[in-house]
Write a protein that binds this ligand. Structure first.
Ligand SMILES: Nc1ncnc2c1ncn2[C@@H]1O[C@H](COP(=O)(O)OP(=O)(O)OP(=O)(O)O)[C@@H](O)[C@H]1O
Ligand SMILES: [Mg+2]
Length: 502
């Protein structure tokens, strides 16, 4: 694998940690190779030997004639060696087995005390390293920053040079294509980049436009493998969303500032961070999230709050950090947090108070400080669980209330859904349909159209009429009837806190 210069900020941070005698470091990363080369670089700079460990070869000194203390492939022996040697050296232990049991814990504590006296360091890494609670405070958690754009460039260039030694390679990318390519690679680990690019090149000896789709698809897989975010294909457009005029206008006005954040900043504007949509079920909140991404031509990532929660202490916040990191690696992007009350809610049904408070805290801090172009659209149905901090001014750019559609909007919704099903809206009495669907949500209107279509399909003549839809409406008891009280209280609540979306 080609090597790239390690991120300058990491090198500096590691040097400081060595000099400041932080004996135990922990990196949460799958990028073992890249971390190894960073550590090699730092070891050189501070003039310490580097040992690396794996479960077959054990500890091995990273020099041409590198020594290998025997038997250290056994984790137990490796720790014993480190403790007894008490060396001014860096020990890199990627994917080291869990430090469980009294012997391992005791050894690590002793290593901590001994190595605290000098510049020696033990570095653990892995995607989800779990430490016994008694060891947690001894470790310093360090982030491996994503490679810079230049690092990706350099890496891909070297990779292509290496491939060209084995087969003829042609690179045919316009400057725009190259920008899209590097944007797609951003956020992937270098070993993923290596696999994806090699494959694209080896297939036909070319790296060109046609490979961009493959690369994007690979990226999608990586995102979804995290299990936290879902890559959402979207085909909705804002014109398929009826009503919600004020919300649409707001979005139209903000698009420019989001797309060109640098210019917006120069102009004195803060680029938009995101929206909170609160409202009645089935009235188009989720639909809006999809439509914004489609309209702004951005990928849409959906965060399922339920997936954040894990039973181990600290793991849920870690999941949030990972989800946010992944979303940032896709920037510019729309991050859709559906039913946010489930992630940060305070009432029953949400996770224990402590964890959801911490999740809320980390989320708000990120929202406040975020630099990357991630536009957040959060939706909520249940206001009884919404923590007030979330609603405070300055968190989201705006809080919209999505109510049951008015008469005019209902006409539009009928028109949208009839047209989607190959019917001409002009052939229907939209005013009569709107009048008969007072209190219906968009979802219920869509459902009425679909059910009427089934009736018509069964009949011999097969054509759909206004009467078919009216009949369907007459047999439906809409939410506004079955949940009248809840909707009423939601409206009262929203009146003081939200801007009407329509
Ligand atoms: N304003 C609208 N214009 C067109 N279609 C709509 C509108 N509102 C709702 N619909 C239809 O109803 C479906 C359900 O709406 P959506 O999923 O957006 O509701 P929601 O507000 O997110 O509801 P929930 O709170 O249950 O998640 C949409 O996919 C769409 O077909
Ligand atoms: Mg929804």
């Amino acid at each position: 694998m080609p090597t790239v210069a390690p991120p300058e900020e990491l090198v500096r941070e590691l040097e400081v940690l060595v000099r400041a005698h932080h004996p135990l470091l922990l990196f949460e990363t799958v990028e073992e190779e890249r971390l190894r080369s960073c550590l090699g670089y730092v070891a050189d700079r501070v003039g310490l030997p580097l040992f690396t460990w794996d479960g077959v070869r054990g500890l091995e000194m990273q020099t041409p004639d590198g020594g290998r203390p025997p038997g250290t492939h056994e984790p137990e022996k490796a720790l014993a060696f480190i403790e007894d040697a008490n060396l001014e050296a860096l020990f890199f232990l990627p994917d080291f087995p869990e430090l469980e049991g009294p012997t391992a814990t005791a050894r690590v504590k002793r290593i901590y005390r001994r190595y605290f006296q000098h510049r020696g360091q033990v570095v653990l890494s892995g995607p989800a390293v779990r430490l016994p609670p008694s060891l947690e405070p001894l470790f310093t958690l360090v982030d491996l920053p994503a490679p810079s754009v230049e690092a990706y460039h350099g890496f891909v260039q070297e990779l292509i040079r290496a491939l060209a030694k084995e087969l003829p390679v042609q690179v045919a990318l316009s400057p725009e294509d190259a920008t899209v390519l590097f944007q797609a690679l951003h956020g992937l680990t270098l070993s993923e980049v290596e696999k994806i690019i090699s494959r694209a090149v080896v297939e036909d000896g070319r790296l060109d436009r046609r490979d961009l789709e493959t690369i994007l698809a690979a990226k999608r897989k990586v995102i979804e493998r995290s299990g936290l975010l879902e890559y959402f294909p979207h085909d909705q457009r804002l014109r398929d969303v009826a009503g919600l005029a004020r919300l649409k206008e707001w979005l139209r006005k903000r698009h420019g500032a989001f797309a060109d954040a640098a210019r917006a900043r120069d102009f004195g504007l803060t680029p938009p961070k995101g929206l909170l949509l609160i409202g009645v079920q089935g009235c188009g909140k989720s639909l809006c999230a999809k439509a914004v991404a489609a309209e702004w031509r951005l990928p849409l990532l959906r965060l399922d709050p339920g997936r954040l929660y894990e039973k181990y202490f600290g793991e849920s916040e870690r999941n949030l950090r990972r989800a946010i990191g992944l979303a940032e690696s896709m920037a510019p992007v729309v991050l859709w947090i559906d039913e946010i009350e489930k992630a940060v809610g305070t009432g029953e049904g949400s996770a224990d108070g402590g964890t959801s408070q911490r999740i809320l805290g980390s989320f708000l801090a990120w929202l406040q400080e975020k630099r990357e172009s991630v536009f957040v659209i959060a939706t909520a149905n249940d206001i009884s669980n919404l923590p007030p901090e979330l609603l405070r001014k300055g968190r989201f750019d705006e809080i919209f209330f999505v109510d049951l559609p008015s008469g005019g909007t209902r006409e539009e919704i009928f028109a949208v859904h009839l047209a989607k099903r190959n019917r001409r809206a002009d052939d229907f009495d939209l005013a009569a349909l709107a009048a008969a669907s007072d209190g219906f949500s968009g979802a219920e209107i869509e459902q009425a159209v679909v059910s009427a279509l089934y009736d018509a399909f069964e009949r011999d003549d097969g054509s759909l009429t206004t009467d078919d839809v009216l009949r369907e409406l007459a047999t439906t008891r809409p939410l506004s009837v079955t949940m009248a009280e809840r909707i009423q209280s939601l409206r009262g609540w929203a009146l003081e806190r939200c801007v009407p979306a329509d």
